[in-house]
Design a protein around this ligand. Structure first.
Ligand SMILES: [Fe+2]
Ligand SMILES: [Fe+2]
Length: 244
């Protein structure tokens, strides 16, 4: 596989870009993604304040920030979306929407946002772009926040899974290799409440034609076989309460 240059945006597909911060010293990486659709773009899990300058530079390498019509937040954690107020400042669109579950928006509003808060659970769990492309939101309750959601882009077969399928490791790479599933253990053991909570969500994922999973930590899981392997691995993993 050719070497990936993490100094700039990395194309995951022709219209999905990783715009995160590569910290060679860290054992955890945060992965904001930019989905570009014609002249419109959606930023998914926009990231933190300390990493904002790098994230925004990479976004500007791909599009003009004013093309961003929506920012999706899978849940309210600071690593996920604490930079949204400064993202708003750069995007400068009065019609910008912040899309999240209502339970998440209840906390996200404390980041000091002025854009329209778009509760996905009150909009049929979907956001429709100007082209007609639909982003569907899948509830992943208590994994690990009450209002956590995943984002499903059927057009590209991409599941943006938030903290699910994430990993911590000192030897990070954006694209997972075959040894990735056990790399997910430490993260899920620590942050997910119990294996029994994952089953119904994993069933729903397993039924989708997922071509790749883009998690908010760890590495992109590319290909249907690798996706099914990762789902099977998490089904068997004791985590949270199971380990107390
Ligand atoms: Fe989180
Ligand atoms: Fe996270």
């Amino acid at each position: 596989m050719p070497t990936v240059d993490y100094g700039g945006p990395v194309a995951v597909t022709r219209d999905i870009f990783w715009v995160g911060f590569h910290d060679a010293e860290a054992d955890m990486h945060c992965n904001p993604y930019l989905l570009v659709d014609d002249n419109e773009a959606v930023l998914i899990d926009s990231g933190s304040i300390p990493q904002f300058p790098v994230i925004m530079r990479k976004i500007i390498d791909v599009i003009a920030p004013g093309q961003i019509s929506a920012v999706v937040a899978s849940h309210p954690d600071p690593d996920v979306c604490s930079n949204m107020a400064v993202v708003e400042d750069v995007v400068e669109r009065p019609d910008l929407r912040i899309a999240a579950h209502a339970a998440s928006l209840r906390l996200i509003r404390y980041y000091g946002l002025r854009s329209t808060l778009y509760a996905v659970d009150r909009h049929d769990w979907r956001l429709t772009l100007g082209s007609g492309r639909v982003l569907e939101f899948i509830p992943t309750p208590h994994l690990h926040f009450a209002g956590s959601i995943a984002t499903w882009d059927a057009a590209s077969g991409t599941l943006f899974s938030s903290d699910l399928f994430g990993a911590m490791d000192h030897d990070w790479q954006l694209f997972a290799n075959a040894s990735y599933p056990p790399d997910m253990n430490t993260w899920h053991e620590m942050i997910m409440p119990a294996r029994s909570m994952l089953g119904a969500v994993l069933d729903r994922f397993a039924a989708l034609p997922i071509a790749r999973i883009c998690p908010q930590h760890g590495s992109v899981i590319e290909g249907q076989a690798a996706v099914q392997d990762a789902i099977a691995h998490l089904r068997e993993l004791p985590c949270g309460l199971d380990r107390l």
